[in-house]
Design a protein around this ligand. Sequence first.
Ligand code: ADP
Ligand code: MG
Length: 397
Amino acid sequence: MEETIKTFEELPLSPEMKRAVREMGFTEMTEVQAKAIMPGLEGRDIIGKAPTGTGKTCAFGIPIIERLEEDKKPQAVILAPTRELAIQITEELERLAAYKEDVRIVCVYGGQNIQKQIDSLKKGAQIVVATPGRLLDHTQRRTIDLSAVRTVVLDEADEMLDMGFYKDVRRILDSLKNKKQVWMFSATTSREVMDIGWLYQRDAVEITVLPVEKSMPKIEQFSVSTTGRNKLADLTQIIVSKGYKRVMVFCNTKFTTSMLCDQLCQHNFSADCLHGDMTQKERNKIMQDFRAGKFSILVATDVAARGIDISDIEVVVNYDVPESNEYYLHRIGRTGRAKRSGVSYLLVTPEEELRVRGLVRFTKSEMTPLKFDANRQLTVDKDKSYGGGVELIKTLM
Ligand code: ADP
Ligand code: MG
């Protein structure tokens, strides 16, 4: 591949696609796009590992749309782990296909009225974006004809296979007899991702985008010492003292998520929440309202927020220390989207100190420890340091 191609203009794309990309405001490709679009156009298999926010959707979306043939039957299937992500992918693809005539993209996911989706599928669609369970539902009902599908994309493959979709994904891949390309994109490579690659890909182009400064947006990371009983007050103090207007707060459980949201509302903050127990309609509405700026604090669980891309989030607050290091990276990746800068806070209780030490070391984060002083102002906690974890242990030995 020509390493020298850096802009969308230089790619062998249709005028309609170039126009759409221009109007989305993109000139330079991101690294994953520069590495994936050409092989994608050439019909190669692709396995791509790239951090969140590096533009993976366009990396697969552009070649898919460019390679569509006139057939009205679905030619490409994109599988995503959650409904929110499926909707977001659909929206991005629709923007990319804005100037192409007769490109129909249908999004099918669990939780939405199936008849509605059946009606929509009947009108014909060349691209289907789906969550695995619901797509299988449609194939079993024979309300979808996937016989002409040539390209399959597994987006956020690690997460999808992790969430118990492994069997569903394999059944879908097995049923697509005429597929020619399998593309897998994820932030990490797990055993399951490797397995699927081994089973369904041939001579795949391997793409790795490292989370280095150039592609990682600049996110200033802070920890804040707190205690279980002070957490709510400390959170609101952070928001009020800095005047944050676009905030995402992460909790580990649905219970904490909805409780915290209620508490914030009781304290007259404009907040809403997103978690797995809500109906799809409710979740869509909340995402829409948050995008439109109708409220300023979105409280969410990790799964509900997976892959969600809102470009103007100023700050991410980890109300709970996340259960995994990967989750931490995904959470803070919600801010600083598309190379803007962002800020994140991690609330840490004394019991969690050790866990946070490990997290900082694993993620190679530069974390500045803060505490509240007697006047409730955030100040640097000079007695604490997470950054030098490894060195510290060496010195102690
Ligand atoms: P990922 O799937 O890797 O997490 P997305 O595809 O959601 O990333 O893209 C993240 C953000 O970057 C989106 O807002 C998208 O519109 C924007 N984006 C994608 N490609 C470019 C580009 N070449 N230049 C500028 N912004 C881009
Ligand atoms: Mg994505």
